[in-house]
Design a protein around this ligand. Sequence first.
Ligand code: NAD
Ligand code: MG
Length: 392
Amino acid sequence: MTFPQQNLTILGSTGSIGVSTLNVVARHPQQYQVFALTANQRVAELAQQCQQFRPRYAVLGTESAAQQLRSLVSSDVEVLWGEEGLALVAAHKMANTVMAAIVGAAGLIPTLAAVKAGKKVLLANKESLVMAGQLFMDVVHESKAILLPIDSEHNAIFQCLPVDYSGREQAGVRRLLLSASGGPFRTTPLSDLTAMTPNQACAHPNWSMGRKISVDSATMMNKGLELIEASWLFTVDAKDIDIVIHPQSIIHSLVEYIDGSVLAQLGNPDMRTPIAHALAWPQRIDSGVSSLDLIAIANLNFEAPDEQRFPALSLARTAAVTRGDAPAALNAANEVAVEAFLNGAIGFTHIADIVDRVMQSWPLGEPRELGAVQEADRRARAMATQAISQQA
Ligand code: NAD
Ligand code: MG
């Protein structure tokens, strides 16, 4: 099978998704040329990636980090820094595919730059879609960008929908079922949750991921963000999206149709599968992921999420239904609270408390332009920071 060669920009190449993407790309050197790699601060790791993949550009978060990288890589690699550098490599006419794998709100502007430029965008950075919702999807439709989900659940749903999917009614979709592992604290006694440490929260039973999304999985805010992400990606009301806990993480999500058919996508829990799927779409390539051994797995279990254990879920569902700038506020408050938890400033159960406090007093707005989304993000961060200082 022959493929047209893809020139790939990886935003966040030193992260968990970035490294998995390079692992898949390295298996197919004829099909994927690395055009640009970006990181925030990890100069040594980015230098090593530049040596191996020889990109045209490398981008770092600060000027001083960029200076350091210049002394470590060949002069063929142009080293840039900051938001301008990110926007340049995300929208560059030589790059046709962009992996959006920066974590958090920092991914919004570069991801949107890639979408505006009409690229094939592989979306891992769910926070950008959660924040900008309608505005983000409007740009996708205007620019004719191809948006392919990397989040394993959304990638699974994408694979279970018809190829010409244009909305749930036309496709006969009754509901979406997002699967969730339940994270490391699914069975921890509720009274012990307050004492859980960052390392315990980041020790996910099935997936190896960056620290922010690992904490989000422990609170299940990750599933809440994914509910909002799915409602925008697939034009489905939040009320038609259910969450089912499936501790083995083998079924990555399901689509139920009005005739009672339920289609699911299964596979070992390894992000190289959705990454390879999106890179090659509509074709298929080898990802390096081993065959699924159902006999060895033997059992697939399901349970309802416990709203008392995971209060972040109902906070996110409320924001998903409210829309406006509520999801942006929820996301910003959560980012601040997760960082405070990782830094030891607040306890595990305070994460949802802080987000709840911000959302309780959030003055709902309807963002009509990107500046309003960024302003909502800034205000919610300030409110969360204040709530944390009162908590401490
Ligand atoms: P990570 O923390 O491992 O990596 C984040 C990357 O973003 C790094 O390369 C880092 O240098 C870069 N970065 C961080 N802050 C930055 C900033 N301010 N400016 C520029 N670059 C910055 O995160 P991850 O686990 O790879 O997750 C990345 C995204 O993918 C997140 O949005 C996450 O929700 C999503 N996602 C991850 C997984 C997973 O398995 N890891 C699964 C589904 C979705
Ligand atoms: Mg996911």
